[in-house]
Design a protein around this ligand. Structure first.
Ligand SMILES: Nc1ncnc2c1ncn2[C@@H]1O[C@H](COP(=O)(O)OP(=O)(O)O)[C@@H](O)[C@H]1O
Ligand SMILES: [Mg+2]
Length: 250
């Protein structure tokens, strides 16, 4: 007997977005299956952030469909967006921590909004902080942490939701080169554990070659190439993929 075809966790079909009539996403099609780690690479301004932000409607798409776990995200009424965002963790380039809240409060904030009891939320937050090695810093404020530590709090905040999908928008791009590796190490550990599906925008080509199931190359609002890292980084077809291959060799 044939097994039924596996449904993707996330389907993106014909996604379009323009800013002031200037097209930024020109029809993106992408399927992501549960457990996959997908890495998006491409030059600055090509639409990567716009794409990942459309997935949980931080940015409103103009056209096309986004279907997450069988639910049409693009037509969800505003009131139902928080339910969606509880299942999709987001790690921002600029960390986006709340400066007047301590680390623990930053991590519990969303859990509390989504209705979790204080004690349970703190328990989950401490577990998430332990996973990023920051349990001892729970009562510190963001300004008392290094950039790498702040981003690890950002990761813990997303992990505490126990999301089905984690979106990462250039999580190491705002960090000193010396601090990049501490964040990359945590990301690689999360990929190894395979408990959540990951969609990561990054220029870290070494990380991409080790962690990705597939790399998606974007340029000027379209996907120009995609495939497993050992294929696209050894025999790249597009100009963009060729540039990343060169980076890997330097
Ligand atoms: N809110 C916005 N208003 C107007 N233009 C925007 C906005 N956000 C992004 N853009 C433009 O859209 C293009 C794609 O941006 P973005 O998705 O951030 O690219 P990337 O993340 O690949 O660097 C860029 O030219 C950027 O200037
Ligand atoms: Mg961006």
């Amino acid at each position: 007997m044939n097994t039924p075809p596996r449904q993707p966790l996330l389907q993106i079909q014909g996604l379009k977005k323009s800013y002031r009539k200037r097209p930024v996403l020109k029809g993106i099609n992408l399927n992501i299956f549960a457990g996959e780690t997908i890495i998006i690479m491409g030059p600055s301004g090509c639409g990567k952030s716009t794409l990942v932000r459309c997935i949980n409607r931080l940015t409103e798409p103009d056209d096309g469909h986004i279907i997450f776990d069988g639910v049409e995200v693009t037509s969800l009424p505003f009131a139902q967006l928080s339910g969606l965002r509880r299942r999709i963790g987001f790690v921002f380039q600029q960390f986006n921590l709340i400066r007047r809240l301590n680390v623990l409060e930053n991590v519990t904030f969303a859990l509390r909004i989504y209705g979790q009891e204080k004690a349970e939320a703190e328990d989950r937050a401490m577990q998430a902080l332990a996973r990023v090695g920051l349990k001892e810093r729970a009562l510190n404020f963001p300004a008392e942490l290094s950039g790498g530590e702040q981003q690890r709090v950002g990761i813990a905040r997303a992990l505490a939701l126990e999301p089905q999908l984690m979106l990462w928008d250039e999580p190491t791009a705002a960090l000193d080169p010396i601090l990049v590796s501490e964040v990359i190490e945590i990301m690689e550990e999360l990929v190894r554990q395979k408990e959540t599906t990951m969609l990561v925008v990054t220029h870290e080509v070494g990380f991409a070659s080790r962690a990705a199931d597939r790399i998606i190359f974007m340029d000027h609002g379209i996907i120009v190439e995609e495939g497993p890292p050992d294929v696209v980084l050894s025999t790249p077809q597009s100009e963009i993929a060729k540039k990343y291959k060169k980076l890997l060799q330097t």
